[in-house]
Design a protein around this ligand. Structure first.
Ligand code: TMP
Length: 219
């Protein structure tokens, strides 16, 4: 069976992580093996880098290099082998987050990010047209003001979560720009109820033939 690379994206507080259990169950119910993972992270080295990226102040180039270093290790050790086995890879964030957060959010040069993207994602077994990319990206689109309300008091905020709403407006615009030219993006209206959001996800997967049918209720 052919591997499937699916990513989840959106600003902090958009609610993407709360649907991963249900996505895993949905694909398993279709007889698929699932590899669940996240970025930054997914390997011991990348998880160590994640701690640094989320906690320590650094300039945008340093941050971008660390994010892509973590990604390279993750791609080589986890994502590529899982796709080669025919797994569904459910990845909580990938390179779109770098263009949205470091590029649009922090104002870092997207041309440099594109170069790093090519270095990290070209030289891989599953690279199509020269670049390993997700087959489908579920983008949880939510107004930054609502996301901030949802996040408030939820947990101790990390370096990104404690950014002002203006930062997240830029990040949200970064996602929108990235989605504009990429048919792999599925925009989900994340302002709806959890159940309605799940229904949008299921419908999008069924429409693309990635799951056999809409099999039921909310997570
Ligand atoms: P998470 O809380 O969804 O796991 O994401 C961790 C944080 O890292 C989130 O605030 C977004 C940020 N991030 C980047 O800034 N650049 C990246 O490339 C990735 C993958 C995440």
């Amino acid at each position: 069976m052919k591997g499937l690379f699916l990513t989840l994206e959106g600003i902090d507080g958009a609610g993407k992580s709360s649907h991963i259990d249900a996505l895993e169950a949905l694909f398993k119910a279709q007889g698929r093996q699932v590899t669940r993972t996240r970025e930054p992270g997914g390997t011991p080295l990348a998880e160590t880098l994640r701690g640094m990226i989320l906690e320590q102040p650094m300039d945008a180039l340093t941050e971008s290099l660390l994010v892509f270093a973590a990604r390279r290790d993750h791609v080589v050790r986890v994502i590529e082998p899982a796709l080669a086995r025919g797994d569904v890879v459910l990845c909580d964030r990938f390179t779109d987050a770098t263009f949205a957060y470091q590029g649009a959010g922090r104002g870092f040069d997207p041309a440099v990010l594109s170069t790093l993207e090519k270095w990290v994602q070209s030289d891989t077994e599953h690279a199509t047209k020269g670049l390993l990319q997700p087959e489908i990206t579920i983008w949880f689109d939510l107004a930054p003001e609502i996301a901030a309300e949802r996040l408030a008091g939820a947990r101790v905020p990390d370096k990104f979560e404690s950014q002002p709403v203006e930062f997240f407006k830029r990040v949200a615009a970064g996602y929108a720009a990235r989605a504009k030219d990429a048919p792999r993006f599925v925009r989900i209206d994340a302002s709806q109820s959890r159940e309605a959001v799940w229904q949008q996800i299921e419908a999008a997967l069924a429409e693309r033939g990635l799951v056999a049918s809409q099999s039921g209720g909310a997570p």
